[in-house]
Design a protein around this ligand. Structure first.
Ligand code: AMP
Length: 213
């Protein structure tokens, strides 16, 4: 059966890192809406033109646009056997649309990664990403100053600037936190503690998501 997994959590919770590992374990694609949008901006596509300024301010792209992006991505053949969604849904309207998009594709598993706000601010301030391939640096690659995947230069993500981080965390509390209640009221909510090491968090997530060993 398909495993359709959604990772919920604030910026800096480790969704990207964990989504990548879970997707590899499950042999399904990781679908990061943030990555899809950053690629569109980098490539200068019409979508990129629409979202660039909104992202730079740390605000949310409109629900209509995001739902189209995800509809299109989930329609590709590689997502037929399941997916790990990272960064979507971020509003109740997106969650409602997702329910429709996955109807008939097997159940949706939703796991929230919880991390205290102080730790998020610390992590986002220290986060480095590759200018070339966009992957988040590990402590080892950060120490070497080069991307562990492609050797590219490591830089701070534009929206990890302190002022933008504050805005993104406020947006999360206002628009995305209500999703916890949305899924809880449908008995679809599970949570793991995201403040441990990446290996600990991965083990907990894999257990909760039914991704086994
Ligand atoms: P992320 O990499 O998930 O932190 O996303 C980076 C930025 O992309 C966010 O701050 C938003 O501006 C935009 N974005 C990504 N996913 C969504 C979404 N589901 N809804 C609205 N905006 C999004």
């Amino acid at each position: 059966m398909a495993l359709n997994l959604v990772l919920l959590g604030p910026p800096g919770a480790g969704k990207g890192t964990q989504a990548e590992r879970l997707a590899a374990r499950l042999n399904v694609p990781r679908i990061s809406t943030g990555d899809l949008l950053r690629e569109a901006v980098a490539q200068g596509t019409p979508l990129g033109g629409l979202v660039r300024a909104v992202m730079a301010r740390g605000e949310l792209v409109s629900d209509d646009l995001m739902i189209e992006v995800v509809r299109d991505r989930l329609g590709r053949p590689d997502a037929a056997a399941g997916f790990v969604l990272d960064g979507f849904p971020r509003t109740v309207a997106q969650a409602e649309a997702l329910a429709g998009l996955v109807a008939g594709r097997g159940p949706l598993t939703v796991v929230e990664i919880r991390v205290p706000e102080q730790e998020l601010v610390r992590r986002l301030g220290a986060r480095m990403v590759c200018r070339g391939c966009g992957v988040t640096a590990t402590p080892e690659s950060a120490a070497s100053g080069r991307c562990g995947r492609c050797g590219g230069e490591l830089v701070q993500r534009a929206d990890d600037d302190a002022g933008v981080v504050r805005e993104r965390l406020q947006v999360f509390t206002r628009d995305t936190q209500p999703l916890v209640e949305y899924y809880r009221s449908r008995s679809m909510h599970q949570a793991v503690d995201g403040s441990g090491t990446p290996d600990q968090v991965f083990a907990d997530l894999a257990a909760v998501a039914g991704a086994g060993r």
